[in-house]
Design a protein around this ligand. Structure first.
Ligand code: SF4
Length: 334
């Protein structure tokens, strides 16, 4: 199955036959006052998101619209912060920082990326500082574990996205991880009017509520699936409940949009990680909507040399074993 068959909506947006989801959201009016109680806003959110899926002809921008509602709900999730499943007990509205150490959103770099999967390039990739994980082998540790970026106003970033129209196939929100920056990203989209699909490039450790806010915002998930068990996740990324959370979110993403799923094969982790992940995908997801990238580019970065089996690059033999296993399950491999 080729990319066009797996990600039909994304290609329809690229062919200008449909609008990206976030543009449709702007034309969907909200009845409730945004001061309403949170449970009422969630009820209306659920109702409106269902409506968006069936809209083919977009309406003009409504004064208070579904994107405004998503921004309001995302803001309410900052105190205490529960954008990701770490659920830190901090008030980010008051400038406190949790595990990810994000206070204001900082962009480390933004550029047209030619190194992503073929169906995604060229991709306007926006890298945020900091992450909700601390992977000992992080290939982007200089961005994910440090405050390298600078704050850019939402209007300025929206302008920079609009200038990319015609030159890129998508906007690719990444880090670190984009999750701690959800409010900021939605605010950029509020200021933006470019018919460009939105790619959520993430470790997928979001809460269910954060996933709900991405529904009808994300056109394609570029979703990591790193570990096949919680023991490896705890040891290598200092994270708990990894498999439960990340598998749940892949199942949710699978219903919302197309997925380009990435699995970086780790040396010595074929039996404990690669195989259980591939088995789970084959058994639990609608694989006709997923492209799977079995990645061979592991290299020992950051603290990896301190960890057994991670001190060397992946051997070709191990990669072939991982690739053939995924292939044998009939997955749609890139
Ligand atoms: S996004 Fe950051 S502050 Fe919020 S729950 Fe996750 S790690 Fe904690």
């Amino acid at each position: 199955m080729n990319a066009k068959e797996a990600l039909p909506r994304y290609f329809r947006v690229l062919d200008e036959k449909e609008l990206p989801y976030y543009m449709i959201c702007k034309g969907v009016p909200v009845r409730s006052s945004l001061d309403s109680e949170t449970y009422l806003l969630w009820e209306e959110h659920a109702e409106l998101v269902e409506k968006v899926r069936s809209i083919r002809v977009p309406s003009p921008v409504a004064e208070t619209n579904l994107l405004d509602l998503k921004i309001e709900l995302a803001r309410r999730m900052l105190n205490p912060c529960r954008l990701c499943e770490r659920k830190c007990n901090v008030n980010r509205l008051d400038g406190e920082a949790g595990y990810c150490r994000v206070k204001e959103s900082k962009v480390s770099s933004k550029f047209v990326h030619w190194g992503e999967e073929p169906e995604l390039v060229p991709s306007y990739t926006i890298f945020f500082s900091r992450c909700t994980f601390e992977c000992v082998f992080c290939q982007n540790w200089d961005i994910s574990q440090r405050d390298t970026g600078q704050y850019i106003s939402t209007d300025d970033l929206a302008n920079s996205v609009e200038r990319m129209l015609g030159g890129v196939r998508n906007v690719n929100w990444v880090g670190g991880d984009p999750t701690p920056n959800l409010v900021y990203i939605l605010e950029v989209l509020k200021s933006c009017n470019a018919n460009i699909p939105q790619v959520w490039n993430s470790n997928m450790y979001l809460t269910e509520d954060a996933m709900a806010l991405l529904d009808c915002i994300t056109d394609v998930y570029l979703a990591d699936f790193k570990y096949g068990n919680d023991k490896c996740a705890g040891r290598l990324s200092r994270i708990t409940r990894y498999f439960e959370v990340v598998s749940r979110n892949h199942a949710i993403a699978n219903k919302q949009a197309g997925i380009v799923l990435r699995h970086l094969v780790l040396p010595g982790h074929i039996e404990c990680c690669t195989k259980p992940i591939m088995d789970w995908i084959a058994e639990n997801l609608d694989t006709s909507r997923i492209r799977v990238n079995v990645m061979d580019q592991y290299r020992p970065e950051y603290k990896a040399r301190d960890f057994e089996r991670l001190e060397k690059r992946l051997s070709h033999k191990e990669f072939l074993q991982a690739y053939r296993y995924a292939e044998g399950l009939g997955l749609n491999i890139i």
